[in-house]
Ligand binder design. Structure first.
Ligand code: SF4
Ligand code: SF4
Length: 340
């Protein structure tokens, strides 16, 4: 890892150079009460004060709707056309958070599990992630309880930490990160003495460990806890749509006579139709069984099958839930309970 100091006032000049040099730069942009990752054309568009965006950064590699291929029928013949990977632009994800960067590890584990998803991989490989360490948090954040932290560098190519009003620490983890530094090298001064990065980070208490949650939920398939916790869940799917690690999708046909497109669209295991068979039978017929699936998938099935947990503690699901389901509270309750 390379470490530098830059003057905080020079960050915008560097970002301007990045925007001039890279085909697509995504950054938090505010509109009304919402802040989302949007393509930016100038540093002034960035909301540097946002804690997290409403929706995670996963769309940079896994868009809400994307064309897998197009088809054209001609008599008995059908011609398939796939998009050229050249269409996916090199992208810098600017001012993401540690919990955003961490989210790409479980996403990649899912998309490259038994079948390598070239479309996802191509988009992910063209992504350079610049995170800003968090010096603030809110009541929904619990990254430290699931192995992350406000200054965790996992998944980041570069991380910036504001040390004081004038100086910013720059940690460069990868070759992709070095390429961004090389765009305006004169502003980066090698770090001459160690700095106490932890001292300026948000303080987020550890409430449980992900291993504790795994142990508890792995033995709680028939526990009444799922019914109790999901009693007010509407099954709206907002928690899955905003989540950096949720990867459920549906395949849809956009057909127009003899031609059309096959689409991959975000879906959610909280939807009642998600698992319904064409026969009408639904193996997860209640919201309690769907809530159980959400938690077990993230904290039991994923670590068992993929070696990664499906939650980065970003708190987006809790902020987005229309009925105030707070995941951190539910996980604390699970960690402290005996669900036999
Ligand atoms: S489950 Fe909730 S807290 Fe965990 S990563 Fe997804 S949105 Fe963030
Ligand atoms: S956002 Fe809340 S109400 Fe909607 S599905 Fe998720 S937990 Fe249920």
């Amino acid at each position: 890892m390379e470490k530098y100091i830059i003057k905080t006032e020079q960050i915008d000049a560097w970002l301007k150079r990045i925007i001039e040099s890279v085909p697509r730069v995504l950054a938090p942009v505010s509109s009304g009460t919402k802040t989302e990752f949007r393509r930016i054309k100038s540093p002034e568009e960035v909301n540097n004060k946002s804690l997290t965006t409403t929706v995670s950064a996963k769309a940079a590699a896994f868009p809400p709707v994307e064309t897998l291929f197009k088809y054209q029928k001609d008599g008995k013949d059908t011609t398939l056309t796939e998009d050229s990977f050249d269409k996916y632009p090199e992208t810098v994800l600017w001012h993401a958070r540690s919990c955003d960067a961490m989210g790409f590890s479980p996403l990649s584990a899912i998309f490259d599990w038994d079948y390598k998803d070239n479309i996802y991989d191509e988009r992910r490989n063209k992504l350079t992630i610049v995170t800003f360490a968090c010096n603030q948090s809110d009541e929904c954040c619990f990254c430290t309880s699931v192995g992350g932290g406000p200054g965790n560098v996992e998944g980041s190519d570069i991380q910036l930490t504001m040390l004081n009003a004038t100086d910013t620490l720059v940690e460069v983890m990868t070759e992709k990160g070095q390429k961004l530094v090389a765009l305006l090298p004169d502003i980066f001064q090698p770090l001459s003495e160690e700095v106490d990065k932890e001292a300026v980070l948000a303080k987020i208490p550890v409430q449980f460990t992900k291993e504790e949650i795994k142990e508890h939920v792995s033995n709680a398939f028939d526990s009444p806890v799922w019914k109790r916790q999901s009693a007010r869940c509407l099954g709206c799917g907002a928690c899955a749509f905003v989540c950096p690690t949720c990867a459920c999708f549906d395949i849809q046909e956009d057909a127009h006579g003899n031609h059309g497109r096959r689409l991959r669209c975000w879906d959610a295991c909280g939807f009642s139709l998600f698992t319904q068979h064409t026969s009408g039978y639904n193996p997860r017929p209640t919201q309690a069984t769907r809530w159980r699936q959400r938690i077990l998938h993230k904290f039991s099935y994923m670590p068992e099958r993929l070696g990664v947990y499906g939650c980065t503690g970003c708190g987006r699901c809790s902020r987005a839930c229309p009925v105030d389901m707070n995941l951190q509270e539910h996980l604390i309750s699970i960690a402290n309970s005996n669900h036999e």
